[in-house]
Design a protein around this ligand. Structure first.
Ligand code: GLU
Length: 309
């Protein structure tokens, strides 16, 4: 069923778009700096396959940190909860996503949660397979299944751009390696992680993934349980407590939707039992969230009483 453009959504997008001038496109990964400041699009995907959209929904963007919630689901399925949570914690940090500060104060040096970079690197490290190529292919196949789109792929340009400049992430990996939380070669882990972050799609695909989380791991189109229910629940809980960086508390209060954002300006939302949301708006606020994307979700949540609290 094609996604229908929707006038009500368009009005909300137009209102939210006025915020983009107060944000900034991320450029610490040089290739992300090419995005257009005032882009804003949204798709809302219902379990019955109905889809509504507004903005340039064909535009592709890389998942960046949104991939962290998907790799977590994947690794929990491959390794089980005990193995995963022995190596990464469950608590929000209140620190920026790439902070190294808390690692030094923890004993053992286990990252506080899988949504910050340190925790996500440990999660990616746990993806099974004989080499980077095999491990990346298995994660990509999982993401293609979630999106119901066999053409989802990654941007070599963005992956290379991050790989060449990921000094802080390398520092996190070496710290974790020193403390035996990461065991593999750091360059290999960086290759896998930067490819994972560079997986790209449009907001239709992202809304389709969101609806699988919203429906407790069941793809409502194929009716297949892609993610076990308890793992989908864990992922949604992390989305609420840590999904919007160190703005997650305010986001939960004002919007109340499990969501995960990335520095590319993407946001995936999963309104429990109702629908999935995919947003792309590359102008970011100072915490790293899409500034207009948050405004858009705030308007949506208020207009349609979407808060789960
Ligand atoms: N690849 C990015 C990084 O590790 C992801 C950050 C994000 O989207 O928060 O810096």
């Amino acid at each position: 069923m094609p996604c229908q453009s929707n006038d009500e959504l368009q009005l909300i997008v137009d209102e939210a778009r006025t915020c983009t001038k107060h944000g900034r496109v991320a450029d610490y990964i040089p290739a992300l700096g090419e995005a257009k400041q005032d882009d804003l699009s949204i798709a809302v995907h219902y379990p019955d396959g109905t889809c509504y959209s507004a903005g340039d929904i064909e535009k592709k963007f890389t998942l960046q940190s949104i991939s962290k919630v998907i790799s977590l689901a994947f690794v929990l399925m491959e390794r089980g909860k005990e193995y995963v949570f022995n190596r990464v914690g469950m608590e929000p940090t209140g620190d920026p996503f790439n902070s190294i500060a808390k690692l030094e104060t923890m004993a053992p040096a286990k990252p506080l949660n899988p949504m910050i970079n340190a925790g996500a690197l440990v999660v990616t490290h746990m993806i099974k397979g004989g080499n980077v190529e095999e491990r990346f292919s298995s994660l990509l196949a999982f993401i293609r299944e979630l999106a119901g789109d066999p053409n989802v792929n990654y941007s070599q340009e963005v992956a290379d751009s991050e790989f060449q400049t990921a000094h802080l992430n390398r520092a996190l990996c070496y710290f974790l390696k020193q403390h035996n939380i990461v065991e593999e070669n750091v360059e290999e882990l960086m290759e896998l992680y930067t490819k994972q972050c560079a997986i790209e799609m449009n907001c239709l695909d992202l809304a389709r993934i969101g609806v699988v989380f919203a429906m407790d791991g069941v793809d409502p189109i194929s009716e297949k349980q892609i993610i076990p229910k308890d793992i989908a629940r864990i992922c949604k809980t992390f989305m609420v407590t840590c999904g919007m960086y160190n703005a997650s508390g305010e986001f939960a209060i004002k919007i109340g939707i499990p969501a995960k954002s990335g520095v590319s300006g993407g946001i995936m939302g999963a309104v429990p039992g109702k629908f999935g949301i995919g947003i792309f708006g590359p102008a970011l606020d100072e915490k790293g969230n899409s500034i207009a994307g948050i405004k858009l979700l705030e308007l949506l949540s208020k207009n349609y009483s979407l808060s789960m609290f």
